[in-house]
Design a protein. Structure first.
Length: 149
């Protein structure tokens, strides 16, 4: 029985992931941004400014791949390279004002779509879903920490 439930949960997880990817909650196609670019902008905004290796680590990509991602964001004037004030050899990536504006627009679109989806759930169902997400998140963090030790 548990195996069948797990298989159904896995199927639903991948189905939801696919829907999110193909029917993006960010509507990135309308903004000519990839989902990865939107996630990069969010990561940079959350951390104020980041070094290239932090982007590579966050996305689990190589440094050259992170550079390509950032170069595309720079070409679109969404981020800027800023030399570290304490060590000019260190280059940090920060959102430009255009990047902030575009990201806020994307977040508003995403929030509107997520709120519409969540409107079909009762308060009790939302609380249950939140509890499940927190449990899964915490368990994943433990797994990552265990692998890094």
């Amino acid at each position: 029985m548990a195996s069948t439930i797990n298989e159904t949960l896995i199927d639903q997880f991948y189905s939801i992931s696919s829907l999110i990817k193909h029917k993006s909650l960010f509507s990135q196609a309308a903004m000519e941004l990839t989902l990865q670019q939107i996630h990069a902008l969010s990561f940079i905004q959350k951390n104020k400014s980041v070094a290239m290796h932090q982007i590579a680590d966050y996305f689990q990509i190589t440094l050259p791949t992170a550079t390509i991602l950032v170069d595309k964001l720079i070409a679109q004037k969404l981020v800027t390279r800023v030399h570290d004030t304490s060590d000019r050899r260190i280059v940090r990536i920060a959102l430009s004002s255009h990047g902030v504006t575009l990201l806020e627009k994307a977040k508003k679109i995403r929030n509107k779509k997520v709120n519409l989806l969540l409107s079909h759930l009762s308060l009790s169902e939302k609380k249950t879903l939140l509890t499940i997400f927190k449990i899964l998140h915490n368990r994943m963090e433990v797994e990552i920490e265990t692998k890094q030790s």
